[in-house]
Write a protein that binds this ligand. Sequence first.
Ligand code: SF4
Length: 204
Amino acid sequence: MQFNSHTHIPVMEHFYTIQGEGYYTGHAAYFIRLAGCDVGCVWCDVKESWTVEEHQLMLIDDLIKEILKYPARLVVITGGEPLMYELSYLTKKIKENGFQINIETSGAYPISGMLDWICVSPKKFKQPLKEVLAKADELKCIIFNKTDFDFAEGNGKHVTENCRLYLQTEWSKRVQITPLLVDYVKNNPKWNISVQTHKYLDIP
Ligand code: SF4
């Protein structure tokens, strides 16, 4: 879909909540879930974010007004795959209003915009760019089956030593995978377990 990234951005949903997973767990944040993703994870839990509808195009200035209604000064841009879009104007406007901007990306597209914290969650289905992994502040690998530990280690070779390393079970496999995850992190303590606390606590 064609649109002017200096005025509009496709948004699936936007809401004020608590970051439930990863390094910023527990922080109040305004979430902007951009519409559109071509990564195609078989276990994706937001498949409704894959396509972009005309009505989802939102004026960036209107989005800023919504964000400013809440006290937290942390914005999380997620998706879909948010780096499918050129984010310079969106992030400039958010930064002008004094917000920290975190992004959650598969790393499959080049970085754009002014980002304070880059969480890369790499996917086998469309692998991350090395240049994005090199800028990751947080690497969050989803474990769906045993082979995903190797995939996580492979990606872990391309991040800096300051990057926080997380393993997180794919939600539908949490009962089977959690014991494996616990053993793995006990044996490989450079990794940490990320828990989707918002799902356990039913925080929307
Ligand atoms: Fe779903 Fe994220 Fe994978 Fe895209 S990258 S298919 S939104 S899990």
